[in-house]
Design a protein around this ligand. Structure first.
Ligand code: 13P
Ligand code: SF4
Length: 324
């Protein structure tokens, strides 16, 4: 008989788990005709189990294309929503329904509606890190990979309300020179706690290191970066640059892929304020191999969206994909 171990991490059930969890997940994946999509912020073990690992834009595109019957989404809630919006005939499973995002939580539909009433001439462009309800109120969605290009597609005189990430919004204003842009005051709890002081200290200790940062970081941190870009852009720079030492100012989950593609290089995660390890996204990290196994075994939790909301949220996502 197969030896059993009990669930250690926030069990949904008291049922026992197989000792070879990875093997059991791979077997279930085949049985269910399921695909595992994982964001780069997931723990290494989950990235290794996944059929596809990507950033927000790549995951949306992969979800749209998949022929699998079941999409197990190892990411956060809004990402699984995008998968369902783009591929409604598939069953979308989320290992932990409470895996949220501070950006999505900080911009409820009624809050955005108040901003839209305040700026009636502005077109709403929303970062993909928002709920389906907020997407449905937006003209176009962007990710950090395509935001600059999409903003440039609007006439320069068109005023824009950018939601919900103020730091990405301000970075984009600077990059595009768009002055007629209002930014909603949301932020990513992970990227805004990087310490400028610790980063400067780290740069002094490693004078040849290349600093790579995500635009969800505050401007005072971004000013010290050599490269600012989306998750996939940062991975590409890490691999292609001549630098052999790199300081990574984003969720440290990305280092797994960087190290895989450039094993001879040294990656140094930038510290958060107070030197804590809180720059791991607490929402992304709610997913565990145990929860993935249970989701595939029991086919729950499933992400369900009302059809009218799905269609309304799809319109600005389709616009984004056509411009990407
Ligand atoms: P990207 O995957 O688009 O770089 O975004 C990072 C992020 O914070 C995901 O929640
Ligand atoms: Fe949201 Fe920030 Fe976590 Fe990304 S890293 S899911 S933006 S809280």
């Amino acid at each position: 008989m197969e030896p059993l171990v009990s669930i250690s991490n926030k069990p949904k059930t008291t049922a026992a788990l197989p000792s070879d969890l990875d093997g059991a997940i791979l077997r279930l994946k085949k049985e269910r005709n399921a695909v595992i999509l994982s964001h780069y912020y997931q723990e290494s073990e989950i990235q290794e189990l996944a059929d596809f690992v990507g950033d927000s834009l790549q995951l949306a595109q992969a979800a749209q294309k998949t022929q699998a019957d079941v999409i197990l989404f190892a990411g956060v809630h809004f990402m699984a929503e995008v998968a369902k919006i783009l591929n409604p005939s598939r069953t979308v499973l989320v290992p932990d329904l409470t895996a949220s995002c501070s950006l999505a939580d900080g911009c409820r539909p009624e809050q955005l509606a108040a901003w839209q009433r305040k700026y009636p001439d502005h077109v709403t462009v929303s970062y993909i890190n928002c709920s389906a309800a907020v997407k449905a109120m937006s003209d176009c969605i962007v990710t950090s990979s395509n935001a600059e290009r999409i903003l440039r597609s609007y006439p320069p005189e068109q005023p824009i309300l950018f939601a919900p990430d103020q730091h990405l919004g301000r970075y984009l204003m600077k990059q595009t020179g768009r002055t007629g842009m209002v930014v909603y005051p949301g932020s990513c709890q992970v990227h805004e706690i990087f310490s400028e002081r610790e980063l400067v200290r780290l740069k002094m200790d490693h004078p040849c290191a290349l600093v790579l940062a995500h635009p969800e970081c505050e401007e005072r941190v971004l000013q010290h970066a050599h490269v600012v870009g989306s998750t996939s852009a940062l991975i590409k720079s890490a691999v292609e640059s001549a630098a052999t030492e790199l300081i990574i100012v984003t969720e440290p989950g990305v280092i797994h892929e960087m190290q895989k593609r450039a094993p001879h290089k040294t990656f140094i995660p930038a510290p958060a304020e107070g030197g804590c390890a809180c720059n791991e996204c607490p929402h992304m990290r709610k997913n565990t191999p145990e929860k993935i196994y249970l989701a595939l075994r029991d086919m729950v939790p499933e992400l369900i969206l009302p059809e009218d909301l799905r269609l309304a949220a799809k319109r600005p996502i389709d616009k984004m994909l056509s411009l990407s």
